[in-house]
Design a protein around this ligand. Structure first.
Ligand code: GLN
Length: 198
């Protein structure tokens, strides 16, 4: 039986926990280092990446995540979670943000790439290995580059960005620019859970 943790410091972790419960997957909120015990997989949810990153460091959860991933644990970042996984982060308007990230994935992201909160949208995205899914882009980042073992597995066409990456994979790490929990895109969760079995 797979046990999934959802980083529960800020953002929409409750929606992930609820959906995992509906899928009958054992899931727990992760708020501190002790919550990593016995975890097979971890979700870093959407929210505000600077706030989540700050709280991660306060709680020591940042180092626990790096250790978890380096020891083979599967991680999925969504939206702000993807920003936190990325090695390189810029903001569409302010450029370099200098913000803290875990620097685990060889991807470059642009925060708020599709505009402001009111420019949020739901779109169909074709994800390699998953199929076409409806997902929500909420003040989402774009994945603009992937190198070494990281690979972009979904693209989105948008007037603000043209064609940019919407999802990327690197070994045991999956980065989604969008929110799959809002539209209940079960196929993505199954893909993530399959990564654990692999
Ligand atoms: N814009 C947010 C950030 O940069 C991410 C938004 C989200 O997670 N929905 O942190």
């Amino acid at each position: 039986m797979v046990k999934v943790g959802v980083v529960a410091l800020q953002g929409d972790f409750l929606e992930h926990l609820q959906l995992l419960k509906e899928l009958r997957v054992e899931a727990i909120p992760v708020k501190s280092i002790k919550d990593f015990n016995g975890l097979d997989a971890l979700i870093i949810p959407g929210g505000e990446s600077t706030t989540i990153g700050f709280l991660m460091r306060v709680k020591g959860v940042d180092k626990a995540i790096v250790e978890f991933v380096e020891s083979g644990g599967v991680v999925m970042g969504t939206c702000a979670g993807t920003i936190l996984l990325a090695k390189s982060v810029k903001d569409r308007v302010v450029g370099d943000t200098g913000q803290f990230t875990l620097k685990l994935m060889d991807i470059a992201v642009v925060r708020n790439a599709f505009g402001r909160q009111r420019d949020s949208f739901i779109a169909k995205v074709m994800v390699e290995g998953v199929g076409e899914i409806d997902v929500a882009f909420i003040r989402a980042p774009a994945i603009v580059e992937a190198w070494n073992d990281a690979k972009i597995i979904a693209y989105i066409e948008h007037p603000a960005t043209n064609r940019v990456g919407a999802a990327a994979i690197e070994k045991n790490m999956l980065a989604l620019a969008f929110h799959p929990e809002i539209t209940k895109s079960i196929a993505i969760y199954n893909y993530f859970l399959d990564m654990v079995k692999r």
